[in-house]
Design a protein around this ligand. Structure first.
Ligand code: UD1
Length: 433
């Protein structure tokens, strides 16, 4: 005799998504503004006394968190559904509170513009996180090159510019690794520095280019963003701007993968193909048909074959899409090798996929994924933001019901994820305790 246990609403202890798998998707899904861009662009408001207005800002808990941190520094923050207005004319603090910083790593972005504008900043060190240790040594070394005295004591990074003018001075910085966060922090610090700064081995990510676009719109002089050498000619003052955030390439990629795993045809818009080059190549290698149409792109999938992935800094395959792509490969024909090179602890979703019947063997930072004919629905846990999305994708393709916990991660990075997927044919319910 088989016993089936059906969870009743009273047995729910944490918010979760309940996904009924096996539905095809069709129609069109809209991508929000890029979370990782919006967070750093918000911090850039600290560089000017004038108002910064950002549009195409995604409605996410991380954006609200950044708003709270800026408010604590004295910034007046107004937010609508997809815009934010930031008035940093009066800064009352150069130290964001630990409780807020600890829950949002991106708050460390404040250190560069605070130092540039006020000549001092104290920012608690962001904690490690689920996917790895995430050091800030490159940020600190670069700020020292620009003339700041920096010390780290009792978990707080204290930075100050010595001398009467309290102004940073341009310098030549060579990053040991092309860190996205370090490149962005140093671009903001250098924007108001005295003289020219050169950042060598800079990150090439589209979010870095977006930040350069904003800094230039605010009166800054930044050249070379998107190449390994960024040159910033410091200005004395920056002014306000009205600026639209780029579309979220990781959200777009996640929806394309949702179409792939359900063997559907789905239009995703807006998509900037150059932001997703390595991902689109792998989707085509896996057997998907991609039809770009100007603003958007349709993915059609009927059969998925194995492909190998190695995460790399941009323009390589992004670590943020490794987990969602692995869900698709778990259903592919053949064996795929997935290597995570960026973060040391970013394969935790493997154990959860195995609970759904995936056949995956792990060795160090490598996963060997042997595709199976069907995944089977199960209760699973999203262990970080992108792993949560990977679990939802697996649930869309699995037999029966999948419940996904860990929504506090998902809600940080995907605006109305289940609403957008339901609108194109998925069956997902949010259950609250
Ligand atoms: C950003 C993104 C994150 C993405 C990551 C890599 C934001 C808010 N987050 O994170 O979603 O997964 O890029 O694309 O934009 N490193 C050092 N020393 C340092 C700094 C970094 O060794 O001082 C290493 C890290 O350990 C990691 C690698 O560099 O192995 C990449 O980190 P980094 O590019 O800094 O990522 P984040 O900016 O934190």
């Amino acid at each position: 005799m088989t016993l089936t246990v059906v969870p009743t609403p009273t047995s729910i202890v944490a918010p979760q998504l309940e996904i009924t798998g096996g539905r095809r998707l069709s129609g069109e899904v809209r991508v929000s503004g890029a979370k990782n861009s919006a967070l750093v662009l918000m911090a850039a408001c600290l560089l000017s006394r004038d108002t910064l207005r950002l549009t195409n800002v995604p409605p996410l808990t991380d954006i609200a968190g950044m708003g709270e941190i800026l408010t604590a520094l004295g910034v007046r923050v107004r937010r609508g559904q997809d815009w934010v207005e930031l008035d940093a004319s009066h800064l009352s603090q150069s130290t964001p509170p630990y409780e807020l910083v600890n829950s949002l790593r991106a708050s460390f972005f404040c250190i560069g513009p605070l130092l540039a504008r006020l000549g001092m900043a104290k920012v608690p060190l962001p904690g490690g996180c689920k996917i790895g240790s995430r050091p800030v040594i490159e940020h600190v070394k670069g700020l020292k090159t620009l003339g700041a005295q920096v010390s780290i004591e009792h978990g707080v990074v204290s930075a100050a510019v010595p001398g009467r003018s309290q102004r940073l001075t341009g310098g030549r910085i060579h990053l040991e690794c092309p860190s996205v966060g370090a490149t962005e922090t140093l671009m903001m610090a250098a924007a108001l520095a005295d003289g020219e700064t050169v950042i060598e081995n800079a990150a090439l990510e589209p979010e870095v280019v977006d930040l350069a676009g904003l800094l230039n719109a605010m009166g800054g002089r930044v050249l070379g963003a998107g190449t390994p050498t960024i040159v910033i000619d410091g200005v004395e003052r920056m002014h306000g701007a009205d600026y639209a955030v780029i579309p979220d390439r990781i959200e777009a990629g996640t929806f394309l993968l949702a179409a792939a795993i359900t063997r559907s045809a789905l239009r995703v818009t807006p998509v900037i193909p150059e932001h997703l080059g390595a991902v689109l190549t792998k989707l085509v290698d896996a057997g998907c048909e991609l039809i770009p149409d100007g603003e958007g792109m349709t993915l059609r999938a009927s059969h998925i074959q194995a492909v190998d992935l190695r995460t790399q800094p941009f323009p390589g395959f992004p670590t943020d899409l490794q987990a969602p792509f692995m869900s698709v490969l778990a259903t592919a024909q053949g064996t795929s090798m997935v290597v995570e090179n960026i973060f040391e602890n970013r394969l935790q979703h493997v154990a959860e996929l195995q609970r759904m019947g995936a056949d995956i063997r792990m060795q160090g930072n490598t996963a060997l994924v042997e595709g199976v004919a069907r995944l089977s629905g199960a209760p699973v846990q999203g262990t970080d933001l992108r792993a949560s999305a990977a679990m939802v994708l697996a649930g869309l393709a699995a037999d029966g019901i999948t419940t996904v916990q860990g929504l506090e991660f998902l809600d940080r990075g995907y605006a109305d994820f289940e609403g957008k997927l339901n609108a194109v044919g998925a069956s997902i319910r949010r259950l609250e305790p």
